[in-house]
Design a protein around this ligand. Structure first.
Ligand code: NZQ
Ligand code: ZN
Length: 387
């Protein structure tokens, strides 16, 4: 096992009715800005519940944060937060609202006169302060509710980039599985695929004899395989929703990634697909991952065989056959959730691959993967195999 330094300071308030705990998490003298997305939280009544819980506090709102939140929209909230001297941000929604709010938190306190897009260009390394934030999550997928990462897009330039900073990790997360009953099937499936791939990015590398991390990761994968389809079939099954929600949080809160090599190439290749073609985040992952597994089958051989056996129960046949079967099972799982696994399924014929590679290069993504051996040439082969 590798050395690690793990600190996960997000208070998790999990379960039915946990909105009751919200008021006590926010300082009584706070000036709060509630942030939300395109309006789902108004329709579902979650926003009303938040307002009720915060009665008596000084509260403002900023709505309209879009999926794959954009710099252009978020800068309006930054202006508002600065003008109104906001002291606490409360994100109510999915990963996009949470990520967008992380950007607002850091950008509002970024040095005046410096364009906060620099946060993305420097991966968050120059952040030295941020407005504290909390979250009420309505879509289990990204793990953003209890991690320090965020992904922001910029319409004008077609960029989608990530940043990380301990300053933007939410101080609490209200996780009520009931809030996920209203999710459209597409978002339920997206969430399951995203959490699955987060787990894979931290698991399917090379062995370092990290048994706890491996078995936790396998537990998350098995739970998603078991409960993901049920969440689609029985949208109001509380236990199913609770297990999916907790799986998604655990998949990217730092725990399973501590002390192990991490890949993240699927995500980096996927972000370019979203930025260029507008596919949902998870839709891009379902396309890239099977192709990447096949491309890296030698380097990932031991973990692929472990994955085949412990997650898919594939124990017969030669090594290559078992790896083929595990890749096929992964593809089949995504497709059974209604998430296609080929570029062609989205009418993309691969003609944009050179442009995707140019963007990867521009973003410094020329040595990806746990061994830093996914060069632009390897990325090209992965995109091509994903057609
Ligand atoms: O915008 P509203 O109206 O709220 O509707 C949203 C949105 O249209 C809707 N929705 C959310 N909760 C709902 C609901 N509809 C009905 N009932 C509910 N309970 O779902 C749609 C998608 O929401 P979005 O927040 O975009 O989805 P998700 O949570 O999958 O977030 C995706 C974003 O997170 C980034 C992705 O790149 C993408 O930008 N990621 C963030 C990560 C992180 N911070 O650690 C890691 C991930 O790998 C990922 O990159
Ligand atoms: Zn993801």
């Amino acid at each position: 096992m590798n050395n690690f330094n793990l600190y996960t300071p997000t208070r998790i308030l999990f379960g039915k009715g946990s909105i009751q705990e919200l008021r006590a998490q926010i300082p009584a003298d706070a000036r709060v800005l509630i942030t939300y997305g395109g309006g789902s939280v108004k329709k579902t009544g979650v926003l009303d519940q938040v307002h009720q819980a915060l009665q008596g506090l000084d509260v403002l709102e900023f709505g309209g944060i879009e999926p794959n939140p954009t710099y252009e929209t978020l800068m309006k909230a930054v202006e508002l937060a600065r003008a109104e001297n906001i002291t606490f941000l409360l994100a109510v929604g999915g990963g996009s609202v949470l990520d967008g709010t992380k950007f607002i938190a850091a950008a509002a306190q970024y040095p005046q006169g410096v364009d906060p897009w620099e946060i993305l260009e420097t991966s968050g390394s120059k952040i030295t302060r941020a407005i504290p934030m909390g979250s009420v999550l309505t879509l289990p997928a990204t793990g953003s509710e209890s991690n320090k990462g965020a992904v922001i897009s910029r319409k004008a330039t077609g960029d989608k980039q990530a940043f990380h900073s301990p300053w933007v990790q939410p101080v609490f997360a209200i996780l009520d599985p009931v809030y996920t009953y209203t999710l459209p099937a597409r978002q339920v499936a997206n969430g399951v695929v995203d959490a699955f791939v987060h787990t894979i990015e931290q698991y399917l590398t090379y062995p370092v004899n990290a048994k706890i991390q491996d078995r936790f990761a396998e537990g998350i994968l098995l739970t998603l395989i078991e409960e993901g389809p049920k969440a689609l079939q029985e949208p109001e099954n509380y236990d199913v929703r609770a297990n999916v929600m907790w799986a998604a949080t655990m998949a990217l809160n730092g725990l399973i990634g501590a002390g192990v090599p991490q890949d993240w190439a699927t995500h980096m290749l996927g972000h370019e697909l979203t930025a260029m073609h507008g596919l949902d985040h998870a839709q891009t992952l379902a396309i890239v991952l099977p192709a990447l597994m096949n491309e890296k089958r030698q380097q990932k051989r031991e973990k692929l065989l472990q994955y085949a056996e412990r997650v898919w129960n594939i124990t017969s046949g030669g090594e290559d056959q078992r790896i083929d079967a595990a890749i096929a099972a992964t593809r089949q799982f995504f497709e059974s959730l209604g998430v296609p696994t080929r570029l062609g399924d989205w009418n993309l014929d691969g003609s944009s691959i050179p442009a995707l590679l140019t963007k990867l290069e521009e973003h410094g993504m020329t040595q990806l993967g746990e061994r830093k051996d996914i060069t632009l040439d390897v990325s090209r082969r992965i995109y091509e195999a994903a057609r």
